[in-house]
Write a protein that binds this ligand. Sequence first.
Ligand code: ADP
Ligand code: MG
Length: 501
Amino acid sequence: MSETRKLLRGSTGDWEVVIGLEVHAQVTSKSKLFSGASAEYGAGPNENVSLVDAAMPGMLPVINEYCVEQAVRTGLGLNARINLWSRFDRKNYFYPDLPQGYQISQYKDPIVGEGEIEVELDGGETIMVGIERLHLEQDAGKSIHDLAPKESYVDLNRSGVALMEIVSKPDMRSAEEGAAYFTKLRSIVRYLGTCDGNMEEGSMRADVNVSVCRAGNYDKFRETGDFKYLGTRTETKNVNSIRYVRQVIDYEARRQIEVLEAGGEIDQETRLFDVKTGETRTMRSKEDAHDYRYFPDPDLLPLEIDPAWVEEIRASLPELPDAKKHRFMDDYGLSAYDASVLAADKASAAYFEEVVAKCDDGKLASNWVTGDLFGALNKAGKTIEETPVSAAQLGELISLIKDKTISGKIAKDVFALIVEGEESGAPGDIVERRGLKQVTDTGAIEKVVDEIIAANPKQVEQVKEKPKTMGWFVGQVMKASGGKANPQAVNEILKKKLGVE
Ligand code: ADP
Ligand code: MG
């Protein structure tokens, strides 16, 4: 497997980069993990704070069953083991936006154990990335330093909001793989509806762990499971876009190689990413687990869940991106890459299937959706929900190509007219109205061909020597017919008249 990974060349030899991601995904829930306060984003400062979230003395946390259900759903979506017995622990540290003085999290006994997901890379290759665990925890509040010159404010709206922390195995080997994993994870939680994946609002953010080691050592790590073969990692906190994940990995790998080649050592530390410079810098030296004095939260009973409930949740899962991707490949003969692009987003996948239902041609539908449609949406900065061309219209348009009513070229013109808002309604009517029907009447095409041959004796001579130049005639005939001549008929007639084999 390792030969497919890129080695990084240093001045003293080759290096490999190793990446593990801890992704915080905010649970899509109306209320918080241990209180009934609203978890909605965007309220005024401290509007959504219950006595529990403010850590008033004597307040007791009560677990939100809905959040537990979402964690189980997500675990199932990650093909992971669901732990029927789990427990909440206190992770102790002081911070002004953490009024309890500890975060309720899960440490030794998380609700979800090991799993594995498929991740598609741009070139069409697929890698497997292991999931170490998923646990539930509270988010902290926010300290705000830029509202007043000499004061800091604390907003506790986020305090107590439910987070799922999804920890990967150190299975990623390049910036591209790290970014692709994050993308896939986002696609899965959005399908499941357990997290909205909205990165601008901070609903999903990653702590990016990066280390480098000498070429060949990663394989030894895989064989033995011994971390001594890997380099020391740094952890860059709260990276909130896919592009930044990529940048952090590239920057850290290069920086670490430079430090090591200059004879230095990598400190196991927590770093921050500066979006302005694209660089990371030291935030603090890394705490170890024992620094947090973890212990089971005495205010909460262990969490025991019924296997029948897990099965109920499993039965209610939607078809997930991987299953959908494989179905698209099997049913419509799509390539792994096209199938994964279409399956990555629920709305795109539904759109594609509606197109196929109408035109009964998966391949053509896939080409039009991933090519023309996505291209047009990209250009207009629109989402699939805002598409100017409905699935029914595109399906009909493709049917018109298939039954030879119009050529592919004319279909693109009609598509552009709809995108630009110059036409609307059924493509069949547009074609009719604008007189765009394909001419298959060979008599009519022959007439045009004869005229063009008569007017261009030089080119006729040329075709005799170089048959390939017949393409020029095809172009001329198509042009003369306003793109409406059936290209196949044009080719056949030209071949006959010009004596091309
Ligand atoms: P912590 O809370 O101390 O950061 P976790 O176990 O929650 O520890 O997460 C550690 C993350 O770092 C995991 O995603 C793991 O895969 C990754 N990781 C561990 N060792 C390395 C390494 N040498 N290089 C890169 N990533 C690593
Ligand atoms: Mg960590």
